[in-house]
Design a protein around this ligand. Structure first.
Ligand SMILES: Cc1cc2nc3c(=O)[nH]c(=O)nc-3n(C[C@H](O)[C@H](O)[C@H](O)COP(=O)(O)OP(=O)(O)OC[C@H]3O[C@@H](n4cnc5c(N)ncnc54)[C@H](O)[C@@H]3O)c2cc1C
Length: 462
């Protein structure tokens, strides 16, 4: 059905090929789509969208499939439109520090391309070596260094989007504050519900003159959480502050070559960057606070190799869970930074009561938790009960004034909880925005919103 548009080799309909696309990184849920197509450019995407509409097929946009909320999970009878052949850097403007890329370009490849020129792309999800920039836009992805530099939304200047009609539109522009409504903000973080992003203009930054890394261990997450609050309260904005609890340290040490102490109750990994003078001053001031808050030990990597090793340990933390558990469920919630210690205590109580081990490794500076609920899918209904524990963690976040997602999105996984955070009028307003772009609900129709909603439905009518 799509072979005449993308070529037979880029159109998959047989069961074996489709298996690869049955899920994203939320691997517990799988659905086989009707077809997967891999277009090469905006025009091919537009032609595929028109063809799908002619056949009344839903469309699931897909980047690298590393999403953790089932955003790229196929829908029965739908066509998955993947961007893995759209990996070209289209234009680079060093003078104005911006570049236009296709959506399938891998996040880290942008920084690799820019590195010889002294620049980099700031948002750095831990999956950055595999996730696509289109997926980052759809999820408004964050990362360790987004504390200082902001999420994807702060780095996108313009987007080309294929709408459900097949129409191609460009939003945003070269000027920093384009006229009209800020449609970039509507599309970034919209989880593939508004259209398929086919080109992205991002801004890039100069590599800071100096970066210093601190690794500090603490008796427990209480002291580590307090240190995070105090560092920010002192007016410092480190580039990154990441926290790992005892179980996370155990998994990372088992999986990588870091020599972190296994008897520590928690650890903070922190980057400060800027000018050489600024960095020296900030690192000294932060070290003082870490010590005052009860740090057992503060390490500074001896060289760049050791620094990279520390960050490889942190960024590989999810995968490292495989060393201590057959399966894990990644939760993603946000809390006020000042509540880190009490929330982690509540999660520990929940873990104790439920019998499920929970490891915590997260963007502490942003208050963006990633509790990992460890379970064994081979054992009875453990998978289901682990999900239940993960849901309770979200409710703890909400009780503390937080949110059900920091960066992984709502997707298919958390649509049931959106109603616990927003009232009907809020959901209706969000839905109206969606309908303004896609009144046919062609893209990701079953995702994000709690129940099927039709464009034109009135609040409370059902
Ligand atoms: C080990 C690991 C670590 C991670 N760490 C982080 C982290 O630190 N920070 C973070 O934010 N996330 C993290 N993630 C989650 C994930 O990598 C991000 O959400 C990422 O942005 C997804 O990109 P992707 O290309 O894999 O998108 P996919 O998973 O393919 O898709 C994600 C969503 O985007 C939509 N989409 C994809 N491409 C397009 C497009 N071109 N147009 C419109 N919609 C599109 C899909 O429909 C789906 O809803 C992590 C994941 C893993 C597995």
């Amino acid at each position: 059905m799509f072979a005449d548009i993308v070529g037979r080799e880029n159109c998959m309909t047989d069961a074996a090929a489709l298996r690869v696309y049955e899920c994203d990184a939320l691997t517990g849920t799988r659905v086989r789509p009707a077809a997967v197509v891999l277009p090469a450019n905006t025009d091919e995407v537009a032609a595929c969208v028109k063809r799908a509409r002619e056949h009344n097929m839903a469309i699931v946009p897909r980047g690298s499939g590393t999403g953790l909320s089932g955003g790229a999970l196929p829908i029965e009878g739908a066509v998955v439109i993947g961007t893995s052949r759209m990996r070209s850097i289209l234009e680079v403007d060093f003078e104005n520090q911006r570049m236009r890329v296709q959506p399938g370009v891998i996040n880290l490849d942008i920084s690799r391309y820019l590195a010889p020129h002294g620049y980099y792309y700031a948002p750095d999800p831990s999956s950055q070596s595999v996730c696509s920039i289109g997926g980052n836009v759809a999820e408004n992805s964050g990362g360790a260094h987004c504390l200082k530099y902001g999420f994807t939304i702060n780095h996108v200047l313009a987007l080309t989007l294929v709408l459900a009609s097949g129409e191609i539109v460009t939003i945003g522009g070269d000027s920093p504050d384009p006229l009209g409504y800020d449609l970039i903000s509507a599309v970034v973080g919209s989880e593939g519900l508004l259209g398929i992003v086919t080109e992205v203009t991002v801004r890039f930054l100069r590599v800071p003159q100096a970066t210093r890394t601190l690794f500090a261990t603490f008796p427990s997450t209480d002291e580590a959480g307090e240190a995070v609050s105090q560092i920010i309260a002192a007016g410092m904005v480190p580039a990154a502050i990441e926290m790992m609890d005892k179980l996370a340290i155990e998994a990372i040490v088992a999986a990588t070559h870091v020599d972190w102490p296994l008897d520590a109750g928690a650890a903070l990994l922190m980057d400060v960057d800027g000018t050489t003078e600024e960095v020296a001053e900030c690192a000294d001031a932060a070290s003082e606070i870490l010590q005052r808050c009860g740090a057992i030990e503060i390490r500074r990597p001896r060289d760049d190799r050791e620094r990279q090793l520390m960050w490889t340990g942190r960024k590989g933390a999810f995968a490292a869970m495989g060393r201590i558990s057959p399966n894990y469920y990644v939760q993603d919630g946000v809390i006020p930074r000042s509540d880190i210690a009490p929330v982690l205590r509540e999660i520990a109580e929940l873990s104790h009561e439920s019998g499920f081990r929970v490891a915590n490794v997260f963007h502490a500076g942003d208050g963006n938790l990633h509790p990992l609920v460890l379970y064994d899918a081979r054992s009875g209904d453990e998978a289901q009960r682990a999900e239940h524990v993960a849901a309770e963690i979200l409710r703890i976040c909400l009780r503390h004034g937080g949110s059900i997602t920091g960066e992984h999105g709502v997707g298919a996984d958390k649509s049931a909880y959106l109603g616990e955070m927003f009232g009907e009028p809020d959901l209706e307003t969000m839905h109206l925005v969606r309908c303004a772009f896609d009144s046919t609900r062609t893209f990701n129709p079953t995702k994000v919103f709690p129940s099927p909603r039709l464009c034109g439905d009135r609040v409370g009518a059902h």
